[in-house]
Design a protein around this ligand. Structure first.
Ligand SMILES: NC(=O)c1ccc[n+]([C@@H]2O[C@H](COP(=O)([O-])OP(=O)(O)OC[C@H]3O[C@@H](n4cnc5c(N)ncnc54)[C@H](O)[C@@H]3O)[C@@H](O)[C@H]2O)c1
Length: 451
């Protein structure tokens, strides 16, 4: 059985279905289709499927041209019909794993996906879960549901977990050249998972259980969350001490071993770093284990937007302006550079916090041009017209997309608050100096920028 299935994979006769065509699922579907696998992209969002079927990609890393080539070549089919899964030899789950209001894992998307699979999958199917989740999910949720439906592990179905590491917007590391971990619930599942992913990913690291694979993803992202929290705390401390955190980080980064560079910012965003560690702490609590590192990192990182809004008040005050009634422009609302992803973006929180303090807040983000505010109203980006920047009492730099001309922002703004040291690089390149150094956030005025 294993040999037959492996042969089928190697001959590219294995039919692939991807459930969920978001930041993770769409690039993966494209990778399989490009390699010649018959691939079905299944999503419950009809609007998404309609858009993609017309060759319009909503994911930055996938160009319309690449999408159209896969569609026109017949290797990629898109559907909202679950019965389309019935011919798939492998079903890869890439659905969201958010948190509930009480900050607990919301497993409903995975549950629905598994319900759909068990009703539609054929015998012998390989199921691979890619959604980030707590250790034990593949075995506890997927295997249990399949077995309850009458599928027997090892003959009727195989299951593995392979965490997705995609870093949207990363120009160097994309789906194919990012090493991928895979673990199976048994030896055969592991072997099949390893063989399958090796067809599209340059380096596959097979581990001995799905739990190790699940845990490895949470370890990676918790590591990031904790280190970001640490550097955020150091930034707040340096500010109190009057020391330039950015220069300090550059100095420490010259150590060729034992130091890894992290940089502070206005808070953390996206569907991963703010959420994933909470999956781990939830699982830990179920075993009466309290991870103080995870909780502390969460607390510090989530404090940053508040700290930022306090800085805004202070900065305006220094310039004899009150936050109440002032006009503020947030530049770069997406949580990361060159991405359109607004999920958990600290910019959204800063927007609301400043509004609550009476500021008239606008934003400029050609990548993420609209969002729904806390009151349910739609907020639209102002056009990227630098001459308008001067109309604002304060411009806050949150995320540096490539489309932004920092020089022009500098020249056209009355006052800038830089949350990520965006100005420094730009002005240094042009042999410029700028205002006060020593703070994580540098209030500078146009007059202080000398050419
Ligand atoms: N975004 C990232 O950078 C990233 C990186 C690594 C891992 N992950 C993880 O990957 C998973 C997916 O994240 P994403 O960013 O791609 O999410 P996303 O919201 O961009 O995409 C998820 C897609 O799944 C669809 N969907 C929901 N329920 C479905 C169902 N039952 N059947 C079929 N489709 C369904 C949604 O309509 C949506 O299009 C999450 O667990 C996330 O933590 C994300």
């Amino acid at each position: 059985m294993t040999i037959i299935l492996k042969e089928k994979i190697l001959k590219k006769k294995f039919k692939i279905a991807i459930m969920g065509l978001g930041y993770v699922g769409l690039p993966l579907a494209i990778s399989f289709a490009k390699k010649g696998f018959e691939t079905t992209g299944y999503d419950i969002n009809i609007k998404k499927i309609n858009g993609l079927s017309q060759g319009i990609s909503d994911i930055e890393d996938i160009s319309n041209d690449v999408l159209r080539t896969c569609l026109e070549g017949g290797k990629l089919q898109l559907t909202t019909t679950p019965t389309a899964l019935s011919s798939a030899d492998a079903i890869i789950i890439c659905v969201p794993t958010p948190l509930t209001e009480s900050m607990e894992p919301d497993m409903s998307y995975i549950q629905v996906a598994v319900d759909t699979i068990k009703k539609n999958a054929k015998k012998g199917v390989l199921i691979s879960l890619e959604s980030t989740t707590y250790p034990g999910t593949t075995r506890e949720i997927i295997c249990t549901a399949m077995e309850e439906e009458g599928f027997t592990l090892g003959t009727d179905f195989f299951a593995c977990y392979s965490p997705e590491r995609v870093d949207p917007g990363n120009k160097i590391f994309q789906t194919e050249n990012t090493p991928k971990v895979v673990g199976g619930v048994d030896h055969v599942s592991k072997e099949l998972g390893e063989t399958l992913y090796s067809q599209v990913i340059h380096e596959v690291i097979a581990v001995n259980s799905t739990e190790v694979a699940e845990m490895s993803k949470l370890l990676e992202n918790t590591f990031r969350s904790i280190n970001i929290a640490f550097i955020n705390e150091m930034a707040l401390l340096c500010e109190k001490l009057g020391i330039d955190i950015w220069e300090t980080i550059e100095a420490s980064s010259t150590k060729p071993f034992g130091f890894m560079k992290f940089t502070p910012g206005p808070g953390i965003g996206g569907h991963c770093i703010p959420l994933d560690p909470m999956y781990l702490s939830w699982k830990a609590k179920s075993k009466n284990f309290y991870s103080r590192f995870i909780e502390l990192a969460h607390e510090i990182n989530h404090l940053m937007p508040d700290k930022m809004s306090e800085h805004v008040v202070e900065t305006l005050n220094q310039h004899k302006k009150s936050i109440n009634g002032s006009s503020v422009l947030l530049v770069g609302m997406a949580y990361k550079e060159n991405s359109n992803d607004l999920r958990e973006s600290p910019g959204l929180q800063i927007f609301e916090l400043l509004r609550k303090r009476g500021a008239n807040v606008a934003f400029c983000d050609p990548k993420a041009p609209q969002f729904v505010d806390e009151q349910g109203g739609i907020q639209y980006s102002i056009p990227l017209d630098y001459s308008q920047f001067n109309d604002y009492d304060l411009v806050i730099l949150l995320t540096k997309h490539d489309v932004f001309d920092i020089d022009k922002i500098g020249k056209n703004s009355q006052l800038i608050l830089d949350t990520k040291d965006i100005l420094k690089n730009s002005f240094e390149d042009k042999k410029r100096t700028y205002g006060k150094v020593g703070n994580q956030i540098k209030p500078i005025s146009k007059e202080e920028v000398q050419i």
